[in-house]
Design a protein around this ligand. Structure first.
Ligand SMILES: Cc1cc2nc3c(=O)[nH]c(=O)nc-3n(C[C@H](O)[C@H](O)[C@H](O)COP(=O)(O)O)c2cc1C
Ligand code: SF4
Length: 646
């Protein structure tokens, strides 16, 4: 899995080594770095790892030693981007079997490879393999999936040659042959395939299996089954709506070939992994996002603990193209820029207090330190977890009957079936850490003063903003959040208007449509949900735009509402639309700091701190959780130095 943690020349950085070493200590048997380019013109992303020249060997050797010291094996996936590579990244015009641009990757017109260059590329794969072996790598995998160069040769959609390289498996066979010859006996060689391309005119499952069966798989030691291609990206990194471990039946089709078979794709719960192995569909599971969300996933699962779950939100893959370190919505430690200086929240536990958390001397706060947290949304939950892990006594107050805040509301949407899992995880963590959680409690001066906190955290969230237009106070008008809290009522036969174009608006419109309601979506913006990346909305936007029951009006706003209609404007034109039913508004949020004034009289020694939406942080769970983790670290330092000084 690429993480944008290499330097601009493709070398592993200390930060990347630390990231991978954390996964090795977390119990994974075999750690793969990422799809690594074997030649400069196959580089697809600015900070992608390279295995293209000898300068990569020293840092790779360093990593191999670290991974081995932690008892794991190291694997490298050899890759060339072909038509998906971009000149603005690699500095070179991309090459491909045929000159067919890949619009979703940037649309550069690739040069059609000539015979000499094909042979040079095969040698580039072999040379890269030799470098990896010299560095101490244990396992090589040939990337023949996801629409990259080898996959491009396999598919008639992208290989329209007339020469001998038109034969779909020829390039793959030559690469396998050359790489195998470059490897010592002790090294394992595998292949990653896409069970199907998932793109119009692309390889289906039967054709792919037939091609792989006739290729030189006698040269490999395992097959790792994934899916998709750039034009079928939802199959590569799947949204949460796809069932967990859904590729297992495709993997099972490769078992008769007599090689160990692995499978990837939405394997993010112990139950899904267990079921795949127990059913015999595959011999091993390949985890990407699950390990990104929790580096200790394997060890925790083996010890019967719950790992922090990936919620399949796809923020990680949506960030990949930016060149920024790939974040994780639920795991703030992956974007911690200086992990040695600022310890991860999982490593600030009091020594011995929770044996699954690693103690870090100097950051353990005495148990007597008391922190009061108002609001049990993601920010409040993470702050509570991190502080309690560090030994603080934490009292968490929530005015609703349940934890989760607006995130809990989102978890009821059709689009987000996995969101509730992180809330369940926090619930169990807080129980385990003895956090005092008081639900249905609107904490004010008396409740907070009574516990004499050293610090107070206000994670009180935000409320929806209703624009002041004629009719906005009618009973049928509501903020989308209030409507969800009210149980998402549907009025039979009526048109349900959603006014807004942000992530919340489209999730609500989609949820309504999925439950059979007629929907009018009035979006002030031209692009639906510009606030989220393409992969996070890869199913929902096309579904809304093509749904019979959904009328989408882009670049349109509501200027007035009356009992059975709306006045809408596109700037130049104004018209009245008949729409009898709820008018649900999603127009951003306003930080809720209403109880701040009452609390300032408490004067806790380490202060009162706003975090998450209450601090105006824009409603993104990743931001709320990482801000809360950073605040917890800062507070612990302050509390520790305060104690020392005192
Ligand atoms: C940020 C990101 C980067 C990825 N990079 C790679 C890669 O370098 N090579 C690869 O074969 N798959 C890559 N993938 C795909 C994953 O390996 C995996 O097949 C896919 O995410 C589905 O599995 P998961 O549900 O365990 O994440 C990447 C996925 C993500 C989210
Ligand atoms: S960012 Fe989202 S999809 Fe990616 S690993 Fe984290 S929780 Fe999973």
């Amino acid at each position: 899995m690429e993480r944008n943690l290499s330097d601009l020349d493709g070398h592993l950085t200390p930060r990347y080594r630390k990231y991978l070493a954390d996964r090795a200590t977390g119990g994974a048997a075999l750690i793969f770095t990422e799809a690594s380019f074997v030649r400069q013109d196959g580089k697809g992303r600015k900070r992608q790892m390279g295995v293209h020249n000898d300068s990569i060997i020293p840092p790779l050797a360093h990593l191999a030693k670290e991974i081995h010291d932690h008892g794991a094996l190291l694997g490298i996936e050899l890759n060339h981007g072909g038509r998906t590579a971009q000149a603005k990244v690699s500095g070179l015009q991309p090459v491909a079997p045929s000159p067919i641009p890949c619009a979703v990757a940037g649309g550069d017109l690739p040069i059609e490879l000539d015979e000499d260059d094909i042979l040079d590329l095969i040698e580039a794969f072999a040379s890269a393999a030799r470098r990896c072996i010299e560095a101490g790598v244990d396992v090589l995998s040939i990337h023949a999936a996801h629409g990259y160069l080898i996959h491009q040769f396999l598919s008639s959609r992208t290989n329209q040659r007339k020469d001998l390289w038109a034969e779909p498996t020829k390039f793959l066979d030559e690469v396998l042959d050359a790489v195998r010859a470059a490897l010592p006996e002790s090294a394992a060689l595998g292949i990653r395939i896409s069970a199907f391309e998932g793109a119009p005119g692309g390889l289906d499952a039967d054709t792919t299996r037939a091609l792989i069966t006739k290729s030189r798989i006698d040269l490999v030691d395992f097959i790792d089954v994934s899916a998709g291609s750039y034009e079928g990206r939802e199959w590569i990194v799947q949204p949460g709506e796809f069932p967990q471990g859904f590729l297992r039946t495709y993997a099972a089709k490769y078992k008769p070939l007599g090689l160990p078979v692995g499978v990837a794709g939405r394997i993010n719960s112990p139950a899904a992994a267990e079921e795949i192995i127990a059913s015999g569909c595959a011999d091993f599971v390949s985890l990407a996002r699950a390990l990104h969300a929790d580096p200790e996933w394997p060890r925790k699962v083996l010890e019967g603990q719950a790992p922090r779950p990936c919620i399949a939100c796809n923020l990680c893959i949506d960030t990949l193209g930016s060149g920024e370190a790939v974040p994780c919505s639920v795991n703030p430690t992956v974007i911690d820029p200086d992990p040695d200086h600022a310890p991860s929240t999982d490593s600030i536990a009091t020594a011995g207090s929770h044996d699954h958390l690693t103690p870090l001397p100097g950051y353990a706060a005495p148990r007597s330190m008391v922190v009061a947290i108002l609001g049990a949304g993601p920010a409040g939950l993470e702050a509570a977890r991190a502080l309690a892990s560090a030994g603080c006594t934490v009292a968490l107050f929530e005015r609703e009957e349940h934890i989760g805040g607006q995130f809990a509301l989102a978890s009821t949407m059709h689009e987000y079936p996995e969101y509730g899992r992180i809330l369940q995880w926090y619930e169990s963590q807080l129980r385990h850490l003895n956090v005092t959680l008081q639900l249905s409690t609107e904490a004010g001066f008396n409740e907070i003063a009574a516990i004499r906190p050293d610090a107070v955290i206000m994670a009180t969230g935000a409320t929806g903003h209703i624009p002041d237009i004629p009719g906005s106070k009618l009973p049928r008008v509501a903020d989308v959040r209030s409507w969800i809290r009210a149980g998402k009522p549907i009025l039979p036969g009526a048109t349900h208007t959603v006014w807004g174009g942000d992530r919340e608006a489209i999730a609500v419109a989609d949820d309504l449509a999925q439950r059979g309601a007629r929907v009018l979506l009035v979006s002030p913006v031209q692009e639906l949900a510009p606030d989220v990346g393409a992969r996070a909305k890869i199913l929902v936007v096309p579904r809304l735009l093509s749904s019979q029951g959904v009328d989408v009006r882009l670049s349109t706003t509501v200027t007035a509402i009356d009992d059975d209609s709306l006045v809408v404007s596109t700037g130049e034109n104004t018209k009245r639309l008949h729409a009898l039913g709820p008018v649900l508004i999603s127009h951003g949020v306003v930080a809720d700091t209403s109880c701040m004034k009452a609390l300032t009289a408490i004067h806790p020694p380490a202060g009162i701190h706003l975090v998450g939406d209450a601090a105006g942080r824009g409603g993104q769970v990743a931001v709320c959780i990482s801000d809360a983790a950073a605040l917890a670290r800062r507070l612990i330092r302050e509390l520790v130095s305060h104690t020392r000084a005192g």
